[in-house]
Design a protein. Sequence first.
Length: 173
Amino acid sequence: PAQAEREAVQQIQAAIDLGVGLFDTAENYGQGLSERILGEALRGRREGILVVTKFGEDPIPDKEDPLSLDAATVERKCEGSLRRLGIECIDLYLLHRRDYPLERAPELIGVLEDLVRAGKIRYYGWSTNDPDRARLFARGEHCTAIEHRLNVFNDNAAMLELCREQDLASLNS
């Protein structure tokens, strides 16, 4: 595994050298390994690089209810990502629960706004294919992006229109 991790770091650094300026990962990719590898690759090379990471799905299945995203849980998840990435502030922090209940989202927006005020994240958004969820999150002052499915089989016109209407970045998966 150590050799594979070194090669992954080298590949990310080669991408930076070629002009890639945005990296998207998540706490649950490899139970945090993806964030650690990206953090290692960015050490001393953070200038001009946007870091996107996602939270909400627990990196270790069955350890906790992934829908319990109270303030303490979200802050703990954010601190873990910051530590693994080796950075002081996450550029874009995305909710990684496509099925998160709409009625609980306003409270979560408040938690994310607190993280912005604390300087731990710059902006936030939601990884969802549901325009209603995206529209609700767009009410947050620092919500700037929605990650959604968009490909040759799924043009997702409704989500693209919502992103245009709400002036949100459209990150495609």
